[in-house]
Design a protein around this ligand. Structure first.
Ligand code: NAP
Ligand code: G4F
Length: 328
């Protein structure tokens, strides 16, 4: 795989950091788009920062995307950058649309103009299914998004399909269900739970407060899902793939498994709920059918629910014992 080049937006996030590690290990020359912040935010790529090239840019700014594509000369483009937190999309819907929806179109335009032969991966989401019409969801399930984030992703999804159909541009969607890891942001429910439970186990917190405990999600392990992204772009013809484990669990089951992993008994009294953490319109249940990815990409998730919970809780216990002020 030597001499392949890739451009990753969102390289500082959970998935971008794992994908960059995977591509570097395969011998790719990797360029990552990084937006300017008042303080640097490179902690997730700290171990490979010397092996990748970083270029300034923002999904809101067309000229910076044109520049990034010209500089990277990519064979493959992975668009992972987004305002990715569903909860925040209700309070910042226009910003979410700009970054997560139109930002994808901006990058597609930059790619079609400056790297027309590149293969383009779009980080689409199971949130597009939203109020689901059937279970499990696959590539042919209709979309009914339930948040500004969800409908921004639907816009981005169709922008890719249209680039494929109108211009024969190689654009592929990965419709990925929730995937987690110790690098997950602390605002997402799994990491909020693993961090909160670890704090309780270490005597650093009294309780954990959540929103809807009955929501169901199909939770997998992020490193498995970046492998799926790479496999998607190795196909001769572009196509869209669901990435999922095929298994779903409630938030309450995640909490229970986390307390079990931290060996905290009598945990029910530690768990509280607050409507502040509920959403104006909720996605109650998601479960994916990854058969197409299994068949055509040879992809299978390797980490199941209980192991995922254990990995996350152990990582937070370790961090909070030794480096309580770092987030991963
Ligand atoms: P994440 O950890 O929130 O990372 C998001 C990345 O986007 C960060 O690097 C962030 O940069 C960057 N970003 C935000 N606004 C930007 C802007 N205006 N211009 C350029 N970059 C910007 O998300 P993730 O979990 O890795 O997810 C990666 C992608 O997959 C996202 O598009 C997400 O919507 C999608 N997705 C995720 C899941 C999942 O379960 N994780 C499932 C389906 C789809 P900063 O570090 O500067 O904030
Ligand atoms: O962890 P969450 O915030 O993830 P959500 O909304 O499913 O979105 C994630 O997965 C999507 C794929 O389906 C991605 F596209 C998206 O970028 C993101 O990565 O919430 C999961 C569930 C929700 O039903 C939420 O209402 O957990 C419920 N929940 C209950 N209490 C909570 C809480 N969520 C959060 N964040 N915080 C709580 O206290």
């Amino acid at each position: 795989m030597a001499d392949r080049t890739a451009l990753i937006t969102g390289i500082t996030g959970q998935d971008g950091s794992y994908l960059a590690e995977l591509l570097v290990s395969k011998g790719y020359r990797v360029t990552g788009l990084v937006r300017r912040l008042s303080s640097p935010n490179l902690s997730k790529i700290a171990t490979i920062v010397d092996q990748v090239k970083l270029v300034d840019g923002d999904l809101i700014d067309q000229s910076s995307l044109n520049h990034a594509v010209k500089v990277a000369q990519p064979d493959e483009i992975y668009n992972l950058g987004a305002q990715s937190f569903v909860g925040a999309s209700f309070s910042q819907p226009v910003l979410t649309g700009e970054i997560t929806g139109i930002g994808t179109l901006r990058l597609l335009e930059a790619a079609r103009t400056n790297a027309p032969q590149a293969h383009f991966y779009q980080a689409s989401s199971s949130e597009m299914f939203g109020h689901v019409e059937r279970e499990p969801q696959d590539e042919s399930t209709v979309f009914h998004p339930r948040s500004p984030y969800g409908y921004a992703k639907v816009y981005a999804y169709w922008a890719c399909v249209n680039a494929r159909e109108a211009y024969s541009f190689y654009a592929a969607n990965g419709i990925l269900f929730n995937h987690e890891s110790p690098r997950r942001g602390l605002e997402f429910v799994t990491r909020k739970i693993s961090d909160g439970v670890a704090r309780i186990a270490l005597g650093q917190a009294e309780s954990l407060t959540l929103g809807n405990l009955d929501a169901r999600r199909d939770w997998g392990y992020a490193p498995d899902y970046v492998d799926l992204m790479w496999r998607t772009l190795q196909q001769k013809e572009p196509s869209d793939y669901v990435g999922a484990t095929g298994e779903s669990h409630t938030v309450r089951e995640f909490v229970e498994a986390a307390f079990e992993a931290a060996e905290v008994d009598d945990w029910e009294r530690r768990l509280k709920t607050d409507p502040r953490f509920e959403r104006p319109s909720e996605v109650y249940a998601l479960r994916g059918n990854p058969d197409k990815a299994r068949r055509e990409l040879g992809w299978t998730p390797t980490v199941r629910f209980r192991d995922l919970v254990r990995i996350m809780v152990q990582a937070d216990l370790e961090r909070l014992r030794h480096r309580p002020h770092e987030s991963h």
